[in-house]
Design a protein around this ligand. Structure first.
Ligand code: BGP
Length: 462
């Protein structure tokens, strides 16, 4: 065997409540921003498919957990939907939702699959969004109550908690580039939202540690290594450093070091875009850093110096400081339009080892979305996704190299287990180890990659 991983390495996959569960009569779930946005503007969603048509994890979780077993999982991440637990502003917990999450957690544990539970995966309850969502400081308090409730309800069995999944994405999507609700372009709001997410995370970590439960808490960040076009060109290097500050170090430094990157703070101060804060906030952020870090990696950023200042006229945007470009000759995922650069995963892990105290981490998402995957179904009805197996192997080889060099990486989770609904892209890109036939009540079939994963994890390597 060429790539042998350590014993007890976490093998599995990740999903999220809003993308997998679905909405059912009698479940008493409240509306989230996704339910609301779909209702308002269904044409924005691929094939006009909204968040109620998911892979039906709410109904099929037992079958799904069995399938996780069959595909070699020893751990699985999902999220608790805030709008399922707190459907409205009365502060009353929805017992039907509690029963559901209890059942899922118990089923996972019974099947020897460790539950990793995330608290926020892009799914603001509408009753909070109506008051501004993350823009409103009160949401931070509402979130800490939600977090505390989850720790009290499930903390006896769940040992791995995460405060957010990819907190930069609601900032980019909702307040800069219009692919999340509320669909604004307003950098001042974007900065305030990011700040409140950071503060909410630190407060949840504080509560968790004070409760002295037997477990740990972290955050899941999508890290996009930013490579300058020309290392020898100071303008390109500066541009890449700024992109890195906006999209990586903003959340990485605050989560791991308890502080914001100085260059980012200086930049925001210079354009009068620092967020509103309260006395004591920075101490809370400083003192309540993560125990472990989830790293989602899909693609790098290729950055060059800004070539025109045309955009400045529209008001500040991060892209006023750099340009993204597609590096000629690079391997691309043709469906998603993302570059496939396996070494990026190694560069992230090396950066964490060298500059972030070798924080304990795991790959919490990595995967390949493919359109019209049914064309690869063979006579037995199985998707022959050799491209996905290659993708995982190529990334794992670099994870292995990082491990050999002393990186503190403890697991690898694929995005995702069952093909699932994905925000505005709905079911366009399929990512799972297991296919879901939406025309046959969500019938599941393990793909070739799922069988391969089982084989690979049973030997702890390949
Ligand atoms: C990550 C998110 C997931 C999932 C994945 C795939 O950013 O954490 O929720 O959606 O990306 O992305 P997409 O479905 O947009 O191709």
């Amino acid at each position: 065997m060429k790539y042998q991983f350590p014993e007890n390495f976490w093998w599995g996959s990740a999903a999220s409540g809003p993308q997998a569960e679905g909405i059912y009569e009698g479940d008493k779930k409240g509306e989230s921003i996704w339910d609301h946005w779909y209702e308002e503007e269904p044409e924005k969603f691929f094939n006009q498919v909204g968040p109620e048509k998911t892979s039906r994890f709410y109904k099929k979780y037992q079958e799904d957990i069995q399938l996780m077993k069959q595909t070699g999982h020893n751990s699985f991440r999902t999220s608790i939907q805030w709008s399922r637990l707190f459907p409205d502003n009365t502060g009353k917990v929805n017992q039907v939702g509690v029963d559901f999450y209890n059942a899922v957690i118990d089923e996972l544990i019974e099947k020897d699959i460790e539950p990793f539970i995330n608290l926020y995966h892009f799914d603001m309850p509408m009753w909070l969004q109506e008051k501004g969502g993350w823009l409103n400081r009160n949401t931070v308090e509402a979130y800490t109550l939600f977090a505390k409730t989850c720790f009290e309800l499930f903390g006896d069995r769940v040992k791995k908690w995460f405060t957010h999944n990819e907190p930069i994405v609601p900032v980019e999507g909702g307040y800069l580039y219009q692919f999340h609700y509320p669909n604004e372009v307003n950098m001042k709001h974007a900065v305030q939202v990011a700040y409140h997410e950071v503060l909410a995370s630190a407060k949840a970590i504080k509560i968790y540690h004070e409760m002295k439960l037997d477990g740990e808490i972290g955050i899941i960040l999508n890290l996009t290594p930013s490579y300058p076009r020309d290392e020898a060109n100071p303008e390109d290097v500066k541009a890449a450093t700024i992109a890195d500050a906006f999209f990586n170090r903003s959340f990485l430094d605050s989560a791991v070091k308890g502080e914001f990157p100085k260059d980012l703070v200086d930049l925001l101060r210079a354009i009068s875009h620092l967020p509103e804060t309260e006395i004591g906030d920075l101490a809370i952020i400083k003192e309540n850093t993560v125990d472990l870090l989830g790293v989602n990696y899909y693609q790098p950023r290729r950055i060059k110096a800004e070539e025109s200042d045309e955009k400045l006229a529209q008001g500040p945007m991060p892209d006023d400081y750099f340009d993204n470009y597609v590096m000629p000759g690079r391997k691309m995922n043709p469906y998603r339009g993302w570059e496939i650069y396996e070494k990026g995963i190694y560069d992230i892990l090396t950066n964490l080892r060298e500059n972030y105290g070798n924080i304990r981490c795991f790959i919490s998402e990595n995967g390949m979305g493919v359109e019209n995957e049914e064309r690869y179904i063979n006579k037995e009805g199985v998707v022959e996704d050799d491209y996905r197996i290659e993708f995982v192997k190529d990334h794992l080889a670099y994870v292995h190299q990082a491990l050999q060099e002393g990186s503190n990486v403890q697991g690898y989770h694929m995005w995702t287990c069952m093909d699932n609904w994905s925000w505005m892209n709905a079911y366009k890109n399929r990512y799972g180890f297991i296919s879901v036939d939406l025309n046959q009540e969500g019938k599941r079939t393990i793909k070739k990659s799922g069988h391969w994963f089982k084989e690979m994890t049973s030997q702890n390597g390949f």
